[in-house]
Design a protein around this ligand. Sequence first.
Ligand code: NDP
Ligand code: MG
Length: 390
Amino acid sequence: MSNIPKKRIAIFGSTGSIGTQALDVIAANPDLFSAEVLTAMTNHTLLIEQAIRFEPAVVVIGEETKYHLVKEALAGKDIKVFCGEQALQEVASMSIYDMMLAAIVGYAGLKPTLRAIEAGKPIALANKETLVVAGDIIIRKALEYRVPIIPVDSEHSAIFQCLVGEGRNKIEKIILTASGGPFFGKKPNFLVNVKREHALQHPNWSMGAKITIDSATLMNKGLEVIEAKWLFNLRPDQIQVVVHPQSIIHSLVQFEDGSIKAQMGLPDMKLPIQYAMAFPQRIPNDFPRYNFIQPSTLHFHEPDLKTFRNLALAIEAMKQGGNMPCVLNAANELAVYAFLRNRIGFLDMTDVVEKTMMQIPYIEHPTLEDYFETDGEARTFAASIIHLYG
Ligand code: NDP
Ligand code: MG
């Protein structure tokens, strides 16, 4: 074991749900991994704690006003401290690490991930928004720089695992499973009254606030459909969503001969995180195991696209292509944060996304600059609608 050099991991978003679980995996496998870069946006307290424990080469705090707090707390240690958005990108290009775990939430993850690809770093990708916004460019760059993108999102990790060893065998379709979230089976007359606290309770997964709301509205599954299209080079008609409330089957691949492979296990994000970091190896762990003998039934249902219109909007954005998924993502980010601040209602989130999609000019073949501009325009427009809700 000790002859293999440690893989030096850069965790962008180390204070988040994925980031902290990745640090658990690193702590459990000190011979295999080290944490060389840790980054946070505002949570300087946890960032400092993590830095003292894991002794990375570099930490970055997004919020510039907190720089001196982090700097002072780490004085005398061999840890470089940077701050601000630009620093995130510069650190992504540094030679001090071997693999980026892209675990920043939202559009903010795009630029650092692009820089890491251009620096030839393999990516363990949790930040699905990066592929939703600019999937064509990310995938093209990854091919150009020969950089593997290994999904961390549990569904995509499942599909990736099902595809190992399949070479050029063609996929007929993939089946993305969805838990259905806390409001599975509910109708609009119920959803209209849903409050933030209720929507933040996910039945199977404990995650950051944004993805938890996205799971409740099914936008998360919509973003994942787009993520899957890019990761696995699929046509929209090759992607099916099936609600599976138990979250034991993490997703499935159906091949040309009709054979279906599934990846299963108890819902625990540490498993796909560990798989992506250790790939192509599998490494042992003591996570709880699924027991087939215990009485349990796995259920499957069609998603209710009429009630959970966000999923329908995301599928529509994927079919339109161009800058439309970028518009969808930007409007959704604003809508989710407005809902989290009790500024708009649960169903209003969908209205904000839909209206923004109708407003922003369509670009069929966007450049990276076009994506940046589209994101800005969509945010401005979405903010103006949110303002109207008072
Ligand atoms: P969290 O909100 O828990 O964590 C987000 C991390 O990003 C934190 O470290 C946060 O810092 C940092 N951050 C937030 N905003 C910015 C910004 N503008 N610039 C730089 N850094 C920022 O999110 P999750 O861990 O839940 O999710 C991370 C990503 O992984 C998302 O894209 C999500 O969709 C995806 N994912 C998450 C899963 C999960 O189980 N959580 C499952 C599958 C995918 P700070 O703490 O200081 O705010
Ligand atoms: Mg997922």
